[in-house]
Ligand binder design. Sequence first.
Ligand code: A3P
Ligand code: MG
Ligand code: MG
Length: 376
Amino acid sequence: TKRRRSRSASPASLSPPSTHKLAFSATASTAGPSPAFQQPTQLISFSYTPEREFEFTDSALRYLVQPPRNAQLAHAYDRWERRPERRSRIDGLLRALSAARAKRHPALASGVGVVAWRGVMTRILTSPYEEREGWDLNVMCVDGVLYFEEHLSDARLREKNDIEPRHRLQTYFGYAFESYCTSHTPGGANVPQNPGDPPGWGGDVDTNVQWCSVVRTKLGDTRMIIGGEVDCVREKYTGATDTFVELKTSLVIRGPHDEVKFEKKLLKFYMQSFLLGVPEILVGFRTPAGQVSTTQVFKTVEIPRLVRGKPHAWDPTTCLRWGNAFLGFLQAQLKGQPERDVWRVRFTPGMGVELRLLDAAEVDDVVAGEERVGFL
Ligand code: A3P
Ligand code: MG
Ligand code: MG
């Protein structure tokens, strides 16, 4: 904060903020091969404890188990330890990256181009097909490396914390499904802890607890460090991404309209898992009241084929082309700019992105009231 404040007095910040645009139209028609995407390899993993303490352990790692038939996802809703919605900071990821660097991880021998949480990269890459939700990012370019952080406005943050009870329950359904589908020990069956717990309940939901994997991968010519939460592993933890499993819930498909909705949603499921190298997604199809009626395993690599040729189809190569153009655009704009500058990228659905330099007051807002490790 101190360093940034001192920069705000420098003459450069007195010049008007510059704005640069990248429209979808500039990249959409570019046919030709898709930029290559390298299979992600894990650099390091870490956990958040129930006290929300960061630790370099696998204490929060969980193993896949078969959920019981007709699992009730509203179970123990009143016992949910809910982590308040916060601005998701890059600090934990930077700590993990520093630790990997200190251990001289061989995968870090060559230069890195981008550091970001998986959620941010998913938003960027799926934006060609996003029809409703815009997003904002904060970006810094330090030593040629782009660091991304999601930016939630105060209003958006309040909205997320004041969601309707019905929506909050639906969110809980996703976490309750994780409880039924996972166990603390490999091959272990879940033994309920409380007298009222149903068979197979894996313990009350605490959304402070997370197990995260940090991977290295490459899109086109840009090496990327991506961190993200992994729901569980199948049977054993190998230290690689090959046993990772993503868990999802979705409404039971009752007709063609639901099917279209689900197949559109598959883009997010796909990209989220693809970026971290997660090979399998287990979907629990639930009733509106939260009873799981069926489960289905999707192999991540096979998902694009399921939608190909349909009127509502999406194409991952469009996403990768856009992502590659987006990164190239930022690299070109930010190269040679002062390293302490913080930039804001705004995505508008159907249009593209706009990049502008934040002024000193806005940068102070970005860091306000937070203990930061900092970008370096
Ligand atoms: P479902 O996806 O099963 O509904 P993730 O699937 O990424 O592991 O996230 C676990 C759960 O967190 C989700 O379960 C959902 O309930 C909630 N969640 C994740 N991202 C969300 C978002 N952007 N908005 C609301 N809830 C979200
Ligand atoms: Mg998850
Ligand atoms: Mg999940």
